[in-house]
Design a protein around this ligand. Structure first.
Ligand SMILES: [Fe+2]
Ligand SMILES: [Fe+2]
Length: 324
């Protein structure tokens, strides 16, 4: 049974609004009357803004069955998106610390990541999470894993030959190395399906907390804006560097709780794969990018830090909720 057929089983509908701005954006997109967005209301809160942004970015991914594809480049929609992106980028830059002093690139980068301290969701998964908690985690993570790596593909045309070749080597793996059953997104869908969870893309968007929306939106924002290409690749490098060990812990946690082999397989695949990807992403992708364009150094670290910080924020929230 192919993932495409499974995904075809459920239409991809636009999400439920979370405030006046996301309501206005959804109304405009569903009706096609986008000129109303000229005086769109301000967002009520971060969640409202992030959901509106997520909806607009999804037009560039799989789209929605209840929104016309003609609106992907609608100038009124892009006007709202641009405003939200500017606010979001400013917030993220304010959160990020200064980049470390330049030295040997790979050594400095690996030290930067290793020195980062944050709450560990994977340790909780490994040892003490309940089945209900893990199922909630999988539903949240499905928003990204079902379109895994697509945001990095957007960066490819903006890179020089050597960096492009290295990104494609990594992406070839993420996309199954020629085998449609081995696409990481498909493996995750198979894992959800085997776990009696909905594997249709976006099925759980209405329960995604704001931290998950921010995580997904930052990947789209970095991928879709050429000037943020270094942040996108820095994000990738930190993401890959912090994936192998947690993936092993999560696989062991899933095994402890008796999850089906398809779900475990997704994580065990990442233990090996991401140990290779981190070397590629740090040395051959970011390292070479910085040699070619030293001015992008700070943005590589901005992206890397953002990757770790957004995962920390999600971990924080879930550990707090689960402890209550
Ligand atoms: Fe992957
Ligand atoms: Fe990877």
């Amino acid at each position: 049974e192919s993932a495409m057929r499974k995904r075809g089983s459920m239409p991809m509908l636009s999400p439920t609004s979370r405030g006046p701005l996301s309501q206005a954006v959804l109304d405009a997109l569903r009706s096609g009357e986008t000129s109303r967005l000229v005086d769109a209301p301000d967002p009520d809160n971060t969640e409202d803004a992030q959901l509106a942004l997520w909806t607009m970015y999804e037009q560039h991914h799989g789209g929605f069955d209840d929104i016309s594809d003609d609106l992907e480049w609608d100038p009124h929609v892009l006007g709202v998106r641009r405003r939200l992106e500017q606010d979001f980028e400013q917030t993220l830059r304010q959160r990020a610390p200064q980049a470390p002093e330049p030295g040997d690139f790979a050594e400095t980068f690996f030290d930067f990541v290793a020195g980062h301290e944050g709450p560990s969701l994977s340790s909780h998964m490994h040892r003490s999470a309940t089945e209900a908690q893990v199922r909630e985690f999988l539903r949240h993570k499905s928003i990204y894993h079902l379109k895994e790596s697509d945001h990095t593909t957007w960066v490819v045309p903006r890179l020089s030959g050597p960096v492009k070749a290295a990104v494609m080597e990594l992406q070839y793996d993420e996309y199954g190395a020629g085998n449609p059953n081995r696409l990481h997104a498909t493996m995750f869908a198979d894992g959800l399906h085997a776990s009696d969870l909905e594997s249709a893309y976006g099925a759980y968007i209405n329960e995604a907390p704001v931290e998950i929306l921010e995580q997904n939106n930052v990947m789209s924002m970095f991928g879709l804006n050429r000037r943020l290409r270094a942040a996108s690749l820095g994000f990738l490098a930190a993401f890959e560097t912090t994936s192998s060990v947690p993936s092993r812990r999560i696989a062991q946690g899933l095994d402890r709780l008796g999850f089906p082999p398809e779900m475990i397989e997704y994580y065990t695949e990442h233990v090996e794969a991401d140990a290779v990807h981190e070397q590629l992403a740090v040395r051959t992708i970011c390292g070479v990018l910085i040699e070619e364009e030293p001015a992008l150094y700070d943005d590589v670290y901005f992206g890397a830090w953002t990757s770790m910080d957004l995962e920390d924020r999600y971990a924080h929230r879930m550990l707090e909720e689960w402890a209550a």
